[in-house]
Design a protein around this ligand. Structure first.
Ligand SMILES: Nc1ncnc2c1ncn2[C@@H]1O[C@H](COP(=O)(O)OP(=O)(O)OP(=O)(O)O)[C@@H](O)[C@H]1O
Length: 242
C-alpha cells in the first residue's frame, strides 16, 4: 500500500490558487524529490501532506497510522534562550533519553546532546532538526529545503546522511530541493512542480522532459539555471492570477 496518495489536489490561499489538480503517490522506501521555481507550490504540497492545509478540492490519503517525520525549512530559536540539544529534542513530547541519543546518532551528530542550540553551526542545527524528526521512527521523512543556508559540501553531506538513514531504516523520503546535482544523485523519482505537476519520473527522464527544460533550461546550463532560480530572478506564474 502507498504511504501517501494525493488525488486531484487543489489548494487556495484566499482567491489565489497555489496548487491545482495534483496527483502523486509515495511508496515505502523511495526517495522522491520535488523541484520547481520559487512560488511553484512545493512547500504548499508538503504542508498539505502533513495535514496543515485543507484542500479546496481533491484529497490527501495517508496509510492508516502512518508515522511522519517533518524537517522544516528553518526554525527560529531565540538566541538568548538557553536550551540544550537534549532538552530541545524532548519537546513537545518527552522522548526518553535513549531515543534522543539514538536519533542524534542516526542523524550523524552523536556528541551534541549537551550543547546549547544557539551555539550550533548551520549544518549541526539541521542535523538536530533531522534527529528530532527521526525520534518517532518515521516511515516517511518530509524535508522542506532542509539544506538552505548550508554550503555545497555541507548540503552534500546532509543528503548523504539522508541516504544513510533510508538505508538503515527503510523509510521513504519526500523532499524539496533546489540542488539539481543532489536530485540527480540521490532520488529515485523527481516531480517537477509549477502549480501543477509538469512532469515526473526518474531524474534522467525529468531532466530531458520538455516541460522541465522550459522551466530550467538544458544541460549543464539547466543545472546552473536551476541553482540561479533561487538568487537572481523573479518569476510570474501562469497560475498566479487565477
Ligand atoms: N500563507 C499564505 N497565504 C497566501 N499565499 C501564500 C501563502 N503561502 C504561500 N502562498 C502563495 O502560494 C504560492 C506557492 O507558495 P509555496 O511557498 O508553496 O511555493 P514554493 O514553491 O515552496 O516557493 P519557494 O521556492 O519560494 O519556497 C506562492 O504564490 C505563495 O506566494
Amino acid at each position: 500500500m502507498s504511504l501517501v496518495t494525493v488525488e486531484g489536489l487543489s489548494i487556495r490561499y484566499g482567491g489565489k490558487t497555489a496548487l491545482r489538480g495534483v496527483d502523486l503517490s509515495i511508496e515505502p522506501g523511495e526517495i522522491v524529490t520535488i523541484v520547481g521555481p520559487n512560488g511553484s507550490g512545493k512547500t504548499t504540497l508538503l504542508r498539505a501532506v502533513i495535514g496543515a492545509l485543507r484542500p479546496a478540492s481533491g484529497r490527501v490519503r495517508l496509510k492508516p497510522g502512518l508515522r511522519l517525520g517533518y524537517v522544516p525549512q528553518r526554525l527560529h530559536i531565540d538566541p538568548t534562550l538557553p536550551i540544550t540539544v537534549g532538552r530541545f529534542l524532548a519537546l513537545p513530547h518527552r522522548a526518553p533519553h535513549g531515543a534522543r541519543r539514538a536519533a542524534l546518532q542516526r542523524a550523524g551528530v552523536p556528541d551534541l546532546m549537551d550543547r546549547q542550540m544557539s551555539g550550533l553551526s548551520g549544518g549541526q542545527f539541521q542535523r538536530v532538526l533531522l534527529a528530532r524528526a527521526l525520534i518517532g521512527d518515521p516511515e516517511i521523512l518530509l524535508l522542506d529545503e532542509a539544506t538552505q543556508g548550508l554550503d555545497q559540501p555541507g548540503s552534500a553531506a546532509f543528503y548523504r546522511q539522508i541516504e544513510a538513514v533510508r538505508a538503515e531504516t527503510g523509510c521513504a523520503v519526500l523532499m524539496i530541493s533546489h540542488e539539481l546535482h543532489v536530485v540527480m544523485a540521490a532520488s529515485d523519482r523527481v516531480i517537477c512542480l509549477n502549480g501543477h505537476v509538469c512532469c515526473e519520473g526518474s531524474p534522467a527522464v525529468v531532466a530531458s522532459a520538455p516541460e522541465y527544460r522550459a522551466l530550467f533550461g538544458t544541460g549543464t546550463g539547466g543545472a546552473l539555471a536551476l541553482y540561479r532560480h533561487d538568487h537572481d530572478h523573479d518569476h510570474s506564474h501562469d497560475h498566479a492570477a487565477e
